[in-house]
Design a protein around this ligand. Sequence first.
Ligand code: IDP
Ligand code: MG
Length: 143
Amino acid sequence: MERSLMLIKPDAVTRGLSGAILSRVEASGLKMTALKMLHVSPELAASHYAAHQEKPFFPGLIAYITSAPVVAAIFEGDGAVGRIRALMGPTNPTQAEPGTIRHDFGIDIERNAVHGSDSAETAEKEVKLFFDEQEFVHYNRAD
Ligand code: IDP
Ligand code: MG
């Protein structure tokens, strides 16, 4: 079964939007199988965003993602990665369609409310960065 890592980023956690965002993903039918709040350490931030190490926005991105807690959630289901990316909308909230999480809750291209894995391969790496296997729960959704 495909899994994806979703992070509710500091801008959204500090504005009290965690529940509203999780609700949208739950309502889409994806199954939440792990959930926690944490302060991302500089080391975890650098690993998670290693692909962006050379980008001019990298130092700011690390400062932002470590500035306040995140909510980390794993969602599971057929096509989970693509379905979460569709719910999120594109990186820049100003280019996102109304009804997407980033349009409705994002502030700007950096403080864009959420992270979602961008491929099934990346997802498996990100899942392992943020969660141990014993943190997962096993159940069937009633629907
Ligand atoms: P994604 O989150 O939609 O996959 P990426 O290109 O992987 O977008 O970028 C990772 C994160 O880095 C973005 O979600 C955003 O927080 C930040 N970011 C991306 N591009 C910029 C930029 O041009 N300026 C500032 N921050 C950026
Ligand atoms: Mg990305």
